[in-house]
Design a binder for this molecule. Structure first.
Ligand code: NAP
Length: 478
């Protein structure tokens, strides 16, 4: 049955109307009820008024409940419940007990549960299911809980346009959906009331897809910080008696950030290559990847964005090198000693080539890095065709890995051949950072071999390699 108020005079028990029964109110003046005059109740009331609804509040203290939006009125819960067909319950779950006594007045009405909890799994059942248990004759719909009072008051913006809802009555959900649309939100039906727990967990989430990449970033940063601290600062102090701890702030940081950035960039592309080899090995794309690989693939964007953040820090730290006291002191001291000793240094073309190539690779790599970051923004990626997006993220992405890896190889140059690089028998940090990207590049080059590429393309187009044993068994059976 339609939820429109003007359709029928006969009201079936399951039907849901948004205007008071027996009234002839115009659709734009539908009367809605809000229980609770707190933050959310007031913001919601304000928004409903702005969108052409009439609003009545149900309150414990109708005469002293504080300032309410102009044009609304407050009454006791019984009277308010009887005056509207749709009631928002803007009260914390802990205070729902009073609703039980209102069961006769709320029978057959739509009850919108907007509540959230402070923690996940605080109660055995969701708030909306609890409300439905308290008032079995009402049509409970879970909605609006993912919006804040502030965003409701300000109206929908791109970031919070969606209103998730769920409930067991289709008509009740339609009524809430219609009202949410009128308020300027996009309603998304998440199914029956059993999905309410999931909706109540939404606002409690804390960057769920960022958790793993952030852990990787923190782990790598901590490891390389202590590794380089031992090799650079502690080693110099113990072996040479020199205190160079001041280098922790800039020199050490500027070694850790590019190392973490390069490893994370490679980790962003490695699961794709592993998945390709797995498909080649299995001869099909229709078998599920192992869970760990699935999880890894799902956080590639976050890995890449964190890697870009570290690359930014590397660039900033590099830019301040010329103004560092230590650097200016060393240059001046060196020049004075050259003048004193009447020495001149010879221009080394190889060194010049190496330094320029090193900087050039770094700049190109960083430029592409930024392009990858920009193209992963939803507003940009939505404007790209799938081919354009995959060209940037895949082709230019691997080019970025190549430039940044080459930049690091040029940084190290032939230093790995000298024994002084292996302080306390440990390899330098840059050498460790090259392991994952180098493996990635080799694996990618293998995948680019025409024979391998052809097989992979066929598999990705749906072709499956049949197991010879399988087909012989089938032949015997037939
Ligand atoms: P609030 O400011 O504390 O208001 C709650 C209201 O509930 C009170 O103003 C009071 O209204 C009523 N109330 C308090 N104790 C009661 C009792 N024992 N019996 C009956 N009514 C009682 O809370 P709120 O921020 O508006 O949040 C209300 C609900 O919306 C909560 O479930 C919350 O999880 C949910 N929510 C809030 C936001 C937000 O941004 N604030 C966002 C999403 C969801 P009267 O004095 O008029 O009776």
């Amino acid at each position: 049955m339609s939820v429109d108020s003007s359709v029928s005079k006969e009201v079936k028990p399951e039907s849901v109307l948004l205007c008071p029964l027996g009234t002839t109110a115009a659709p734009e003046q539908k009367l809605l009820c809000i229980f609770g005059t707190g933050d959310l109740g007031r913001s919601l009331g304000q928004r409903l008024l702005q969108c052409g609804y009439r609003v009545v509040y149900g309150s414990r203290r109708p005469n002293s409940c504080g300032p309410l939006p102009r044009g609304t009125k407050a009454m006791n819960h019984e009277a308010a419940a009887m005056s509207a067909a749709l009631v928002f319950v803007c009260v914390h779950r802990e205070n729902y007990d009073f609703l039980e006594a209102l069961a006769p007045q709320l029978n057959g009405k739509v009850l919108v549960d907007v509540s959230n909890n402070l923690k996940k799994n605080l109660y055995p059942e969701s708030n909306a299911e609890y409300l439905q248990r308290l008032i079995p004759g009402a049509h409970v719909v879970k909605a609006f809980n993912t919006l804040s009072a502030w965003s409701l008051q300000n109206g929908p913006s791109d970031a919070n346009r969606q209103v998730y809802l769920c409930g067991n009555s289709v008509q009740a959900k339609q009524a809430v959906e219609e009202m949410a649309t009128k308020l300027g939100f996009a309603a998304l039906d998440r199914g029956s009331l059993s999905a309410a727990g999931e909706l109540e967990d939404f606002p409690l989430q804390l960057f769920p897809e960022w958790r793993l990449p952030l852990r990787v970033a923190v782990g790598l940063t901590a490891f390389f910080f202590f590794y380089l601290l031992m090799r650079d600062v502690v080693y110099t102090y113990v072996e040479q008696g020199k205190d160079i701890s001041f280098r922790i702030m800039v020199s050490l940081a500027n070694k850790v950030f590019p190392i973490v950035s390069l490893i994370m960039l490679a980790l962003c592309y490695l699961p794709g290559v592993i998945a390709a080899f797995l498909q080649l090995y299995r001869g099909t794309k229709y078998r599920r990847f192992p869970n760990w690989l699935d999880r890894w693939m799902l956080c590639r964007k976050q890995l890449g964005l964190i890697a870009l953040g570290f690359a930014f820090l590397h660039v900033l730290y590099t830019l301040i090198i010329p103004i560092r006291y230590y650097v200016r002191f060393r240059i001046t001291a060196n020049t004075i000693s050259q003048i004193r000793e009447n020495r001149t240094s010879v221009f080394d073309t190889t060194k010049a080539w190496r330094a320029d190539s090193y900087y050039s690779m770094g700049i190109l790599g960083f430029g592409l890095y930024v392009l990858l970051g920009i193209s992963s923004l939803p507003s940009v990626s939505n404007a790209l065709s799938w081919r354009e997006f995959s060209f940037i993220q895949s082709k230019l992405g691997y080019l970025t890995v190549f430039f940044c890896t080459f930049h690091t190889y040029l940084y190290g140059w032939d230093r790995f051949l000298h024994s002084y690089s292996y302080k306390w028998f440990t390899p330098p940090g840059y050498l460790l950072s090259l392991v994952v990207p180098s493996v990635l590049i080799v694996l990618k080059l293998l995948l680019l071999l025409p024979c391998v590429d052809r097989s992979l393309t066929r598999i990705r187009q749906g072709w499956e390699r049949t197991d010879p044993e399988d087909s012989s068994v089938k032949a015997l059976l037939t």
